[in-house]
Design a protein around this ligand. Sequence first.
Ligand code: CO8
Length: 258
Amino acid sequence: MEYNFIKIEHTQGITILKISAPKSLNALNSTILKELSDCLSHLDAATRVLIITGDGEKSFVAGADISEMAHLNEAQGYEFGRLGAQVFRAIETLPIPVIAAVNGFALGGGCELAMACDIRIASSKAKFGQPEVGLGIIPGFSGTYRLPKIVGQGHAKEMIYTGKVIRADEALRIGLVNAVYEPEQLMEKAVEMAQMMLHNAPVAISLAKQSINEGYDLDADAAIALENKLFGKCFATSDQKEGMDAFLNKRQAEFNGK
Ligand code: CO8
């Protein structure tokens, strides 16, 4: 599929995906969501970490496309929400780490896109918000589900009921992002974090992600049992043999992802 609104770069195990719709500050319409969906299911096989960012200096993603949503009826609104939610769930469940490098506005669906990623880092110029109720809708790309998980119900409800836009330093304070950098450093820092991940065993990272994601919604006994099962699985990998042999022989491990 040819992409009109997505730019892709690959560098040594890292894929950088840029949402690029400059006329609308990278707002997500259904074409972009379909491109994203296709891109996720055809990621380069060598990709071990995905970084998602917005093209340009001003915006990560300024929300879902309001001009597309303006005339939807109930059934169409449901379908549009479902499309976005499916794409974001596909990001969340990718078997590799996904870093959101939030370079500017992350509003509505943009904040929700960032929250579907494993880790968010932000430019000092980034702004976050869920302004949907000001448009007569609620967050519809799973924001009511993910925001309270990330920042707790109090902060989530305050952001969603007031629709207020918060700066990167406030997002850091409430735990919505892990770190804030100067704009010109953001991508460098995202790549640096990805490179640290590349040194580690890919299957182990993937199983750790599965354990965290799936365990979070289970009760303690079920979550611990899940971790136990996935921990056991690690011992069926050659990466576990390699990692431990390398440690015992005081050499650098060379993982093959098997
Ligand atoms: N949708 C469509 N167009 C947009 C959007 C958007 N979300 N955001 C910006 N644009 C367009 C503007 O209309 C403008 O177009 P034009 O040049 O043709 O007038 C262009 O981008 C530049 O924007 P501004 O001139 O407004 O730029 P400013 O720097 O003055 O302001 C803001 C930047 C603050 C980001 C402002 O554009 C804004 O408030 N945008 C809307 C933000 C918003 O409310 N986002 C949430 C949208 S709702 C949502 O995401 C719901 C997700 C779940 C959907 C569920 C479906 C059922």
